[in-house]
Design a binder for this molecule. Sequence first.
Ligand SMILES: Nc1ncnc2c1ncn2[C@@H]1O[C@H](COP(=O)(O)OP(=O)(O)OP(=O)(O)O)[C@@H](O)[C@H]1O
Ligand SMILES: [Mg+2]
Length: 143
Amino acid sequence: MAKPTDQSYTLELVIPIQQNMELNASKLAENLAQSMDFTPEQCAEISMALLEGCINAFEHAQSPEGKVFIKFIPEPDQLKIILHDNGIGFDPKSITKPDISGKLKPGTSKRGWGIHLMEKLMDKMEIDSDATGTTITLIKKKK
Ligand SMILES: Nc1ncnc2c1ncn2[C@@H]1O[C@H](COP(=O)(O)OP(=O)(O)OP(=O)(O)O)[C@@H](O)[C@H]1O
Ligand SMILES: [Mg+2]
């Protein structure tokens, strides 16, 4: 029988942009990471990063079809997750590193952590975005 690291185990998931649907995606990511023998800490990191990515698509993409497409690609030494929405896109270069002291000041936005968090939780994150949509590639390497 093929092992979970076999390419044939690539999974594709399409979730509707509806409350709590992001939890299904993150749970699947966590289960898959567990079956690939990632550490419990890494499984939680993968799950949290995907959660942030989905929430961003839900909140910001304004996708007319209301769906998020997720591909899970297990490889022998890493798990790659590709997250796509057909939304309005954004300029990744406009995203600056959040500044905690600035955010603690009254009246300033407490938002702007998701992308930074995804970057920290994963080994690699790539954003490809234009006016036709956003694709985020997340990679976690096995220890
Ligand atoms: N899928 C997406 N489609 C369109 N814009 C996006 C998408 N993902 C992120 N963005 C843009 O990037 C910005 C930064 O995202 P980030 O997740 O870092 O912060 P946030 O979502 O605004 O706040 P937080 O994640 O802390 O609740 C968003 O405010 C939004 O303008
Ligand atoms: Mg966010």
